[in-house]
Write a protein of this length. Structure first.
Length: 318
């Protein structure tokens, strides 16, 4: 009986492995070219790892496409950096509205993860008001890792919420309903780990909080965005005409790796990473040690000169 159960379990696991495309399969696929990135975003996501039974933080890097969805990108970038607002006219002080520490409130494996409520339990919010209009559906949900706005299920009801597609085939059913404005370009394998988190079967809310631990936004300095966008449209036309060389793969490029390091440096600078503090502390102590050592050397040399002068015997007869 136990042997039969083990055999059944093995068959189920094998069928699941065959049914779900591996990350390497996704990397091998060629997708239509993406618009020029206007921002790079490093996001650290904290979640409870069911295998290691502890909280972990995994990172993803998102490209934002400000030439096709400028309002969505501006809203995401500003809230990523943080915005001080006055929530109560009668009270003094302001509230920092930011994606940092916000929760992902919906997770459906192999489908989607949603988050971005910056004022949970209070009100919807965006830099354009409580709700704002759709600005077009040029980009499609044609691949995993697509970042899009979340609305109330009706047109023109966008706020701060966003989603990331976890379906290996994208989420074409959301085309024409949710505005795509970004793409996960690094760390999609981390999302595959996060999506195994336990959730409520009724609400799809994670049983353990999944939160934005930190977020760093790098706005690129681009001289001519119109020119870059036109070049992108020409690549897209060639790809749709059958030129697959104009397409892209979900593989980290050298440029991606360089940007990752730049974002990590920005993270260290902006967030005061503990390792950086320790490093600065060690350098400071080393400088003090060298100064003290030099001071002792000079003092010893001075004392030696004084003693030598005191021990000199005069040879003069007068």
């Amino acid at each position: 009986m136990l042997l039969l159960q083990a055999l059944v379990s093995f068959v189920v696991l094998c069928s699941q492995a065959l049914a779900a495309p591996a990350y390497t399969d996704i990397q091998a696929k060629v997708y239509p070219p993406d618009p020029p990135a206007t921002h790079h975003v490093l996001m650290g996501i904290k979640y409870f790892d069911e295998v290691e039974k502890k909280e972990l933080v995994s990172e993803i890097i998102i490209d934002l496409y400000g030439t096709v969805a400028p309002m969505a990108v501006e809203n995401f970038a500003v809230l990523g950096k943080g915005l001080s607002i006055m929530t109560d006219p009668q009270a003094e002080g302001t509230t920092l509205v930011t994606y940092k520490k916000t929760k992902f409130t919906k997770l459906i494996k192999d489908d989607i993860i949603e988050g971005g409520e910056v004022l949970p339990g209070m009100t919807s919010f965006s830099i354009f008001g409580f709700k704002w209009a759709d600005e077009g559906f040029f980009l499609k949900h044609d691949r995993p890792g697509r970042v899009a706005l979340v609305n109330d299920g009706e047109p023109d009801t966008n706020d701060s919420r966003f989603s990331i597609s976890l379906n290996s085939n994208g989420s074409p059913e959301r085309d024409g309903a949710n505005v795509v404005f970004g793409q996960v370009i690094f760390g999609y394998d981390n999302l595959e780990k996060i999506q195994t988190s336990k959730v409520s079967s009724a609400t799809h809310r994670p049983e353990h909080d999944i939160t934005v631990s930190y977020i760093v936004v790098d706005e690129l300095k681009i001289a001519d965005t119109a020119k870059l966008h036109q070049e992108y449209l020409e690549k897209l036309d060639k790809f749709e005409a059958g030129d697959m060389s104009q397409g892209v793969k979900m593989l980290p490029s050298m440029a991606t790796l360089k940007e990752k390091q730049k974002l990590k440096d920005m993270k260290t600078s902006q967030l005061g990473h503990p390792l950086a503090k320790v490093s600065y502390g060690i350098i400071f102590l080393l400088v003090l040690y060298l100064l003290a050592k030099k001071k002792r050397f000079l003092f010893a040399k001075s004392s030696a000169n004084s003693n030598s002068a005191a021990n000199v015997v005069s040879l003069r007869n007068d």
